[in-house]
Design a binder for this molecule. Structure first.
Ligand code: MG
Length: 331
């Protein structure tokens, strides 16, 4: 049996939205791929910045979609927040939660007194994603922060993909408050270290890989934590985002979806402005990346994209627009 990408790793961490599911529906091929990964003996952990649901609720959702998942297979940004705040704030501190009922419950269970008004003099404010968020609750958060409450947020994803399109994420609500109070919160979720450090400590992973759909949270977060990463095209970001990724936000592998874990690693030979990947060849010439050779199916386009990316990352001033336009099967 040939060596597959997953064979290099002992734990696979999966982002959820845009990787495993899109809102209520599973991403095509995700179930078969995750089942295949588990059958090769690799531990599977789901890691989500979305703090609106409890680990049990997310595990139930995954189970309904056919995945094997218990709360122990999950890491949520709300868990990470509870873990860190239990050490940073005194027991019984007053905390204003601008987030979901799940986050309220978790803060209460952690031993904090949850308040709903800035007039109750909270010591801290925590924001988390809540699909029912209202302006009056953001107002209370903004007032409490102006009065000196310490400000935290579970994550700061600017957008949230679902099956109908892309929705405003928690980052939009943080910006609404941040533009008012003119400071920024401490954030726990990807791409910041606390979340992935928590995930690594939980599993004792030695050769971890993170699979995600966002350059600025998943991939940058994996790099921040020293983990390998697989970027997939089933969620928010696409080929232009990949090619434009800054040095700290570049994945170690790409695939159309999580099924890439069960395929051989895609490697590039790079020399003198020429990048070869499989049958694809890309060249840099006169400030532009050009495709010299391309097998025009999806795997061939991924090979070409990986070659283009290596050239663009070597020289970010190169124009990749026309080369990327030829990869019509990739978003
Ligand atoms: Mg995602």
């Amino acid at each position: 049996m040939s060596r597959l990408l997953i064979d290099d790793y002992d734990v696979a961490f999966f982002d959820l939205d845009g990787v495993i599911y899109l809102g209520p529906v599973a991403v095509d091929g995700a179930l078969a791929a995750v089942t295949g990964v588990r059958s090769r003996g690799t531990r599977v952990i789901y890691v989500t910045n979305n703090a609106s649901r409890s680990a049990q609720q997310v595990a139930d959702h995954l189970s309904e979609l056919g995945f094997v998942a218990t709360p122990d297979d999950l890491v949520t940004s709300a868990q990470v927040a509870a873990d860190i705040l239990s050490r940073e704030l005194p027991q019984g501190a007053r905390i204003l939660v601008a987030g979901s009922p799940n986050l309220v419950n978790l803060m209460t269970e952690t031993g904090f007194v949850v308040v709903t008004s800035a007039d109750e003099e909270p010591d801290a404010v925590i924001q988390g994603y809540d699909p029912q968020m209202t302006w009056p609750r953001l107002n209370e958060a903004a007032i409490a922060i102006q009065r000196g409450a310490v400000w935290y947020a579970t994550n700061n994803d600017s957008t949230l993909p679902n099956d109908r399109g892309i929705l405003p994420g928690l980052g939009a609500a943080i910006n609404a408050v941040g533009n008012t109070v003119d400071i920024r919160p401490t954030v726990f979720g990807k791409p910041f270290r606390p979340m992935l450090d928590f995930a690594l400590a939980k599993t004792g992973a030695e050769r971890p890989i993170f699979v995600g759909d966002r350059i600025d949270t998943d991939i940058e977060g994996a790099n921040n934590a020293g983990m390998a990463s697989l970027f997939v095209f089933t969620g928010v970001h696409g080929k232009a985002d990949l090619v434009a990724a800054s040095a700290g936000a570049r994945p170690s592998a790409i695939g159309s979806d999580v099924g890439a874990l069960l395929q051989p690693h895609r490697s590039v030979t790079l020399s003198d402005g020429r990048a070869e990947c499989g049958a694809a060849v890309a060249l840099s010439s006169e400030g532009e990346v050009k495709i010299e050779s391309l097998a025009d199916d999806l795997p061939g386009q991924l090979d070409a994209l990986w070659a283009i990316a290596q050239l663009a990352w070597t020289d970010p001033s190169l124009n990749t627009e026309s080369a990327l336009a030829r990869l019509s099967d990739l978003r």
